[in-house]
Design a protein around this ligand. Structure first.
Ligand code: ADP
Ligand code: ZN
Ligand code: ZN
Length: 722
């Protein structure tokens, strides 16, 4: 009798054995159906063996085999085993997280055909149309090539527009035909001549045959994307596939279009959260069969099974959205390094503001550091000014000097960016009589006042409430919004600069599909305009006409208990500042602060992010914080505070484990969210292997622990927040 060892989608750090009937043909990586506690489940076949420790009478038979070909090949399984070990995450859940939903649920790998929208021959002539949206759609297809229906909708095009153009025979929907792109000669769109720095970098990358990670440290607009494009050329010419990871696709359709315009004949697929399950499966299979030349995707694209991957690029490698914050808590950039090493291909990490972890590796020659120090299209660097807010009369959150600058800039018909990383009208309401503060019923935080909706909304649990007319404590009607949000800035600036259009860009203003795109379109019309926004504004957009950036809440990053706060503040300031002066003239960046003499701020604005980051690394070293030590957090939450505390206290060993320092249980930064108490243990280790061994012991201990069922718990290796 043969035994099949399988992985099930369970939060358990183990595999399961089943009897394999002689009639069934199974290879590693196929899906099978088995019975687990009286339920039929899909499982992944890992290993066929002759013996098991499970007693004969308890062994159950495999019910069915779902695939002839593996859905996870050997290389994928090897990669995912590493992922499971590194993040101390159950193997079954790791494998199932990597699979697209259709395969996870037992669906057929090849059941889907996804139509794409493309221009007809008549459409290629780009006739002029009166309907603005229809014209925009024609341009999109002309510039970006064939595209999936759902992606057009994500870009803000309505079914109506698409139908109208179909009726005019300008576009058609058809099934994508599989091109043999790897055999064809590569035709390229127009490309600029590289400048010296770019050329040096590209030749360093091009001579690289095997694995090597390059950190491209280049200021915004210095031509990093151009370096990606020209490095990809050689890979694609050789018929190898490539993967480009980006923080968010919906936010930057311009970037995607640049790749499509350069590699016009090549099949380029996108991977992001707006795809339907079937579309995801479709892209997964195209990558696997080698049908897509290039996949541009968000973090989970790192799990795609490429047939012959020749290069991975991680754009904006510092961006926190590469870290998955629930379930399998992986970091796509870090996994990209492992994967590139495994398949022996180059990895490019690009950013203006490297994460300290990445910079540390580059300084220690684990990665090759290459630099682009000049903007590609302008000679000018941005000018930074610190605006001292101490004792200043504030108006709508602005100092008189900032308002003066804004006015001057608008008078020159240029655009202004106002940055505040807080949406809503005000973060809290306060009673003027007794000092009552509004708090969320379920969380240890206040609910944000949204004036447009006339509601209090908790940004942590989503609870919405009416705005009270009277103070619940003293009955006074003098309830005032306290603190600033983007909605308030928008309303102040609209009043103050009456003839100037104000565009707000944050999660509230862009919730409706297509609203971000039309806002960006308005902005790119040019002319005097104010853009108010949160960090969505900082992400990769190209605004040609912005010449002033005002940053309002610098101080919150200077004095935070989170050791990453200053790094993140410096990244955000640099990224937002990068929106100014993209073309032509130098931009001006104003930072409003109560601490203009703060050494970190001084360093950042006088010497730039690169210098700041190297200094910050020294501080991390002295404090023995990552990247000079390794960190993990065990988080637990439950409705009853004692259950949580008991569970975590039990994990702290009576005698210390060599090489491990434990801190806790301590409350999470927000002790209560949605009615659940949240506590954590911090685990520090000098050695990665010590941490890994310790965590795997701990995970095994927890899974036998009876109180583990009464809390929600998780292990976060290399956490990005605490
Ligand atoms: P980054 O990705 O670093 O922000 P980009 O690659 O987007 O920079 O380049 C910024 C702008 O400069 C783009 O409009 C790009 O087309 C242009 N550009 C890049 N490299 C060159 C070059 N060598 N010659 C002329 N223009 C260039
Ligand atoms: Zn009161
Ligand atoms: Zn809440």
């Amino acid at each position: 009798m043969l035994i099949l060892e399988v992985a099930l989608k369970l939060p358990l750090h183990r595999t399961f054995d089943y009897l394999l009937p002689a009639t069934m043909h199974v290879v590693t990586g196929v899906r099978v159906t088995v019975n687990f506690s009286n339920r039929r489940c899909t499982a992944i076949a890992l290993n066929i063996k002759k013996r098991t420790d499970v007693p004969q009478e308890k062994l159950k038979q495999v019910i069915a085999v779902l695939d002839e070909q593996p859905v996870l090949n050997q290389a994928q399984l090897h990669f995912l085993h590493f992922v499971s070990q590194y993040y101390c995450h159950p193997i079954g859940d790791t494998l199932f997280t990597a699979l697209p939903a259709v395969l996870r649920d037992g669906g057929h790998p090849d059941k889907t055909q996804i139509p794409v929208v493309r221009l007809t021959e008549k459409g290629q002539t780009l006739p002029t149309l009166r309907a603005k949206k229809q014209q925009a759609l024609l341009f999109q297809l002309y510039e970006g090539g064939a595209i999936k229906l759902s992606e057009l909708k994500a870009l803000g095009f309505a079914s109506q527009t698409i139908k109208a153009l179909e009726a005019k025979a300008l576009i058609i929907q058809s099934i994508e035909h599989d091109s043999d792109w790897a055999q064809n000669e590569l035709h390229l769109g127009d490309k600029p001549r590289l400048n010296d720095q770019q050329a040096t970098i590209c030749s360093a990358i091009n001579v690289q045959v095997g694995y090597r990670t390059f950190l491209i440290e280049g200021v915004t607009g210095s031509g990093k994307t151009e370096v990606y494009l020209q490095s990809l050329e050689n890979i694609l010419k050789a018929g190898k596939q490539a993967l480009v990871l980006v923080p968010e696709i919906g936010l930057t359709p311009q970037t995607v279009n640049r790749f499509k315009k350069r590699f016009t004949d090549l099949p380029i697929d996108l991977w992001h959260s707006n795809l339907t399950d079937n579309e995801r499966l479709h892209t997964w299979r195209r990558a696997e069969k080698g049908l897509s030349a290039l996949v541009i995707g968000t973090r989970s694209a790192i799990f795609l099974p490429f047939k012959s991957l020749g290069m991975i690029i991680v754009d904006e490698e510092h961006d926190n959205s590469f870290k998955q914050q629930e379930g399998l808590r992986y970091h796509a950039r870090d996994l990209a390094a492992f994967r590139a090493h495994q398949i022996n291909c180059p990895l490019l990490l690009g950013t203006a503001t490297p994460a300290l972890e990445t910079l540390h590796k580059a300084i220690n020659n684990k990665y090759q550091l290459v630099t682009l120090s000049k903007r590609a299209q302008t000679q000018h660097d941005n000018q930074f000014h610190l605006v001292d807010m101490k004792g200043q009369p504030e108006q709508g959150g602005f100092s008189p000097m900032s308002l003066h600058w804004i006015e001057k800039t608008l008078n020159r018909a240029k655009q202004v960016v106002v940055f505040l990383n807080r949406r809503g009208f005000a973060p809290t309401l306060m009673c003027h009589e007794c000092g009552w503060l509004n708090t969320c019923k379920h969380c240890s935080t206040s609910a944000t006042y949204h004036k447009n909706m006339n509601r209090l909304v908790c940004h942590h649990c989503g609870e919405q409430d009416f705005v009270p007319r009277q103070c619940p404590d003293c009955g006074s009607t003098q309830i005032m919004p306290t603190g600033l949000g983007t909605e308030q800035l928008e309303s102040f600036l609209t009043e103050r600069f009456a003839d100037i259009p104000v565009t707000r860009i944050d999660r509230d203003s862009t919730r409706r599909k297509g609203s971000l795109e039309s806002a960006l379109e308005d902005i790119n019309q040019g002319g005097a305009r104010i853009l108010v926004g949160t960090q969505m504004l900082a992400k990769g957009h190209h605004f040609a006409d912005v010449s002033l950036v005002v940053i309002l809440d610098v101080d919150s990053g200077l004095y935070s208990c989170d050791f990453r706060a200053t790094e993140q503040m410096a990244q955000l300031i640099t990224q937002v500042a990068g929106r100014a002066g993209r073309a032509g003239e130098a931009g001006t960046v104003l930072l409003q602060t109560h601490f203009p003499e703060h050494p970190l701020l001084q360093d950042l604005i006088n010497n730039g992010y690169g210098d700041f980051a190297r200094y910050a690394l020294k501080e991390r070293e002295e404090a023995m914080l990552p990247p000079f030590a390794h960190l993990a957090i065990i988080r637990a939450e439950a409705t009853n505070i004692n259950t949580v505390l008991q569970f975590l206290s039990d994990l702290v060993p009576a005698t210390p484990y060599p090489g491990i320092q434990l801190l806790g249980p301590i409350p999470a930064p927000l002790e209560r969210i949605a009615g659940k108490f949240r506590y954590q243990l911090h685990i520090h280790a000098q050695q990665r292997t010590v941490l890994r061994n310790y965590l795997s012991q701990l995970a095994r201990y927890i899974s036998t622990h009876e109180s583990a069922n009464r809390v929600r718990w998780s292990i976060d290796v290399d956490p990005m927040d605490s």
